[in-house]
Each structure stands twice: as C-alpha cells, then as structure tokens.
Write a protein that binds this ligand. Sequence first.
Ligand SMILES: [Zn+2]
Ligand SMILES: [Zn+2]
Length: 152
Amino acid sequence: MTSKVTLEDIIERVVIDKNDCWNWQGAKIKGYGSIRVNMKHFYVHRLTWILTNGEISDGLYACHKCDNPACCNPRHIFLGTQRENMIDSSKKGRHWKANRKFCDKGHEFNEENTYLFRGNKQCKVCNNIASRKYRKTEKYIKSRDDRKIKNK
Ligand SMILES: [Zn+2]
Ligand SMILES: [Zn+2]
C-alpha cells in the first residue's frame, strides 16, 4: 500500500531545522504532516517510520520524541500503545515489551540480539536494517541540499 512512496519523495518536501526535525511542508491534519497515497491519507511521520523500520503492529501509534507534530524524522519517532497518555503507556508498554520473546519481525530476543533502549528490548537485526536505510537517507539529504545551494 505504501510502495509508491519512498523516503526520498518525502524528503523532497521537508525542511530540516537545527533540531534535526524534518518539518513537513505539505498538507497537515491537526498539525501532523499528511500525505495521500493511492487516494488514502497517511500520516507522514508514520510512513517514514514504516519506510525505515517496517510495518507497525496493530494498536501501536507512531509518537514524537521531539514534540513537533509536523516532524517526520524516523529517528524522532517511537511506537507507543496510546497517543493520549504517552507517559502512562510508556510504563505499561515497557512491561508488555519486557516479556516478549520475539521482535515484531520474529527475530528472537536472545542475549546477542537484544539491547535495551529506555527500558525496552530492542532487536539488533531490525535496528541494523533501519540504520542502513537511515544512513542512505542522510546521504540523499546531503546531495539534495548541495543541489539547492548550486541552484541559488
Ligand atoms: Zn523531530
Ligand atoms: Zn527483529
């Protein structure tokens, strides 16, 4: 469903500020960046997270670490169980995740493959994939900005 949009397409429409926030310049819904793909609306920050990390499980929301709803930098997004009471749910989510044996993609949470981030188990395999994609994107941002400077 999201196959028609790439991170590069999205980056063409963001302005990156000093906090490294990717500020979406297109349409917004309640302050959140919104994009239409195949006639459907998607939140841009959710989309960038999916494009970097993979599909989001049912019932999980893409939340902002940076409190900037227009931001769609996947590094500033984390998954929470409920947008409304983030602080509360991060405690519950921690508990729920602490007991999991496998990550969302089915990799086992064994000693070698697990590290903790803010009290949550993280999968190294998934994180490496996400980091690679993110580095590729960073390169793209640099070349985009170089291009802009040349055109001025
Ligand atoms: Zn941000
Ligand atoms: Zn994994």
